[in-house]
Write a protein that binds this ligand. Structure first.
Ligand SMILES: C=CC1=C(C)c2cc3[nH]c(cc4nc(cc5[nH]c(cc1n2)c(C)c5CCC(=O)O)C(CCC(=O)O)=C4C)c(C)c3C=C
Ligand code: FE2
Ligand code: FE2
Length: 392
């Protein structure tokens, strides 16, 4: 159902490995977004026919997924029209990859090249796996740009990569970073961004009006969380880590969830409900996107246009928004640290701290679930070491 794939640019001329330096391909995993109005429907079909997103029996999924995509096309087209008919996600992800590559290569050591593999629009895993194979790396490291692990995002992308790597016969040791929700460098750089936005908002706002921070994450159907997905728990960990670094004692803040797109019950409170509460309490809000590291349709349209209008209607006395991390130097340093640490860990699957971080009740934590799937998949790249498997 994909539209014809745009040609993937050939990888830049490879630097000589020289001096025994190894070649490390860092593959940035991201969601992807339509690159033109005519890509919106096939992008949505790819999204809603993903078994990680639409959890219905396999024989129904292609039909139901296409139906939901068809119904979602009109509102999504209106949203992307505000952004010129396309998502900015690919450009921003490429910029993040370039900044990361420059930083890692400046340190000497191995030769690093960053690639991008999008889940629902081009360049997708098959195209990227072919480009990575052509570059002939000694090792691959998968780095999601989602700080918090969800089966619907990082889990789905990692599985898509494993299948694509097998098809491309890319059989090199591969490390997957599963999450960095509480990575100290990520938390500090996010706190820096939030603090700057807070100071700017406070400077503009009447000192008599209180300011509440709404940490707004993309939502998930509640049934996915109940089934064991650790995403909500990890979002809460991120917020706790960021708040601890803000140096704003007694900060009025809340974690809330946006972007509900299906009729099922989604996790809450919703960002819309929190706007209503802010209007009622007569407090201004600073909205902080907390589960995605670059600007995209849901920050630039949903937060900046729709929720801003909603806040006005609800008489919220001030509406401010902190930017996403994008290529903030502190964030890129955090990503570089994750690459180095993941590499050195010798693990197949590595959290920001090495081993599993999620409490036991989150049975979809990849350390319990994904590793088995990764290794059971025919043609899976070999686990790095037997120790890595047991350590996971
Ligand atoms: C943490 C990030 C995300 C989670 C979790 C997530 C789950 C999830 N998403 C949908 C449905 C849609 N998501 C759409 C766009 C979209 N989703 C994320 C991130 C997460 N999704 C991003 C960054 C984007 C935007 C990309 C861009 O183009 O800029 C869309 C399409 C847009 C729209 O129709 O408004 C849909 C649909 C579900 C159902 C889900 C969990 C089950
Ligand atoms: Fe989404
Ligand atoms: Fe986990």
């Amino acid at each position: 159902m994909d539209a014809p794939a745009p040609t993937v640019p050939a990888p830049a001329t490879c630097p000589s490995p020289g001096g025994g330096r190894k070649r490390l391909a860092v593959v940035l995993l991201n969601l992807g977004g339509p690159d033109a109005p005519e890509s919106i429907r096939p992008f949505l079909v790819n999204l809603f026919t993903d078994p990680a997103i639409l959890r219905v029996p396999g024989f129904i999924r292609p039909w139901l997924g296409r139906l939901i995509a068809w119904r979602r096309t009109k509102p999504a087209t209106e949203n992307y029209a505000i952004l010129g008919g396309k998502s900015p996600l690919l450009e921003l992800t490429i910029e993040q990859g370039q900044a990361l590559e420059t930083l890692l290569n400046a340190e000497g050591g191995d030769t690093v090249k960053c690639f991008t593999a999008m889940r629902y629009w081009h360049p997708m895993s098959d195209e990227t796996a072919a480009a990575v194979k052509a570059w002939a790396p000694d090792e691959v490291l998968l780095l999601p740009l989602y700080p918090q692990y969800s089966t619907t995002t990082t889990g789905s992308s990692a599985l898509a990569w494993v299948k694509a790597a097998a098809r491309a016969k890319l059989e090199v040791p591969t490390t997957t970073i599963c999450c960095f929700h509480s990575h100290p460098g990520f938390a500090s750089s996010t706190a820096e961004i939030v603090r700057e936005a807070w100071d700017k908002a406070r400077a503009e706002l009447d000192p008599a009006i209180p300011l509440r921070v709404l940490f707004s994450a993309h939502g998930l159907p509640e049934s996915i969380v109940t089934a064991g997905d650790p995403y909500q728990w990890q979002v809460e960990q991120t917020v706790a880590g960021v708040v601890a670094r803000l140096d704003l004692p007694d900060l009025d803040h809340v974690v809330c969830f946006q972007s509900r797109v299906t009729p099922q019950k989604w996790i809450g409170p919703s960002t819309e409900d929190e706007l209503e509460r802010a209007g009622h309490d007569k407090v201004a809000v600073l909205v902080v996107p907390i589960a995605f590291t670059s600007e995209h349709s849901e920050t630039l349209v949903e937060l900046d246009v729709e929720y801003r209008e909603e806040a006005e209607k609800l008489h919220v006395p001030g509406y401010f928004r902190a930017p996403a991390q994008n290529s903030h130097p502190g964030f890129i340093r955090a990503l570089a640290d994750l690459v180095r640490h993941g590499r050195d860990s010798g693990r197949t699957l590595c959290s920001f701290a090495g081993p599993r971080q999620c409490p036991k009740n989150h049975k979809d934590c990849p350390h319990a679930a994904l590793i088995a799937k990764l290794e059971a998949m025919p043609g899976t790249p070999p686990a790095r070491t037997a120790r890595a498997r047991t350590a996971a």
